[in-house]
Design a protein around this ligand. Structure first.
Ligand SMILES: [Zn+2]
Length: 290
């Protein structure tokens, strides 16, 4: 390295350099918004339910955050938390499925990609489920399918309104056909629930794609999406290659899906609980003992 260049480098690293001072801010105090690129004070972001106060960008929510946000404090009783996936295919890609599960468990503190249980939404008892994208991309394998099915069956038997938030990359390829079967299983349960006359509200968070979009989340009475959520089945590039046509830029956004009748509403996370309460007021059958 030429000596002049070396001196310049040292100058850049010297105390008082604003770039260096910027780097000295402790991790976790500020977060950069992916929507507007502005820094946001982390505490402010948490207080605003992880929605950017400047541009309304919705940061990812974990399943637990979702449940805490929707249900009244202290009312959520989690069910079937111990269910955990087997490795039926002894699947190995760049790592074994067993390792992927271990890493996901450590990262999220969950045994699989969904939390299910009962709780109250503004005093009304409901069956509630929330998927966690942080657990192997929120993919649906045997455990997610089983827990969602049990939740829907519980809501059917106990005549509870059903609220499920999805966020998923689709079926879990590491479980092959077993994961694809969950589409039929959860859909059949949703069809039986439909006959109960109780309301089913599906919330699609960013992203909801693949075999998950193509099953229980699309079978609700009301389908809500968070703003700008990616919602689709196959990826845009795959579709373009198949149909040999260019698709619009905003294809598969919540807004595009709303315009084309695939979803019913786009609701900001900040308005979600209020909106669900109002919808349950409208939709719940009158005079039915709970
Ligand atoms: Zn922003």
């Amino acid at each position: 390295m030429p000596i002049g260049e070396w001196f310049n480098k040292q100058k850049k690293l010297a105390p008082g350099n604003p770039n260096l001072e910027k780097r000295a801010v402790p991790d976790g105090v500020w977060e950069k918004c992916k929507g507007c690129n502005e820094p946001i004070y982390t505490k402010e972001l948490e207080k605003n339910h992880k929605v950017c106060p400047k541009c309304d960008y919705h940061f990812p929510f974990s399943a637990q955050e979702r449940v805490n946000h929707l249900t009244d404090p202290g009312t959520f009783d989690e069910l079937w938390a111990d269910l955990s996936s087997e490795d039926p295919l002894h699947f190995i890609a760049n790592k074994t499925y067993v390792d992927s599960l271990d890493i996901a468990r450590d990262k999220t503190g969950l045994n699989d990609a969904v939390i299910c249980g009962t709780g109250q939404v503004n005093g009304r008892r409901v069956a509630v489920g929330a998927m966690d994208f942080g657990f192997i991309g929120g993919s649906m394998g045997s455990v997610v399918g089983e827990k969602i099915t049990r939740l829907i069956e519980l809501a059917t038997d106990d005549r509870l309104p059903l609220i499920i938030t999805s966020s998923s990359g689709g079926a879990r390829m590491q479980e092959g056909m077993v994961s694809l079967m969950q589409m039929a299983k959860t859909s059949a349960a949703a069809a039986r629930f439909n006959k109960s006359g109780m309301p089913y509200i599906s919330i699609l968070a960013h992203p909801t794609t693949g075999g998950v979009t193509a099953s229980f989340p699309s079978l609700a009475d009301i389908i809500i999406a968070e703003p700008n959520a990616l919602i689709g089945f196959a990826g845009q590039r795959v579709i373009e290659q198949t149909i040999k046509q260019k698709l619009p830029k905003n294809f598969q956004t919540a807004e595009f899906n709303l315009t084309h009748g695939m979803i019913d509403m786009i609701v900001s996370r900040l308005e979600m609980k209020h909106t669900i309460t109002r919808l349950l007021d409208y939709l719940e059958p009158r005079g039915v003992a709970q």
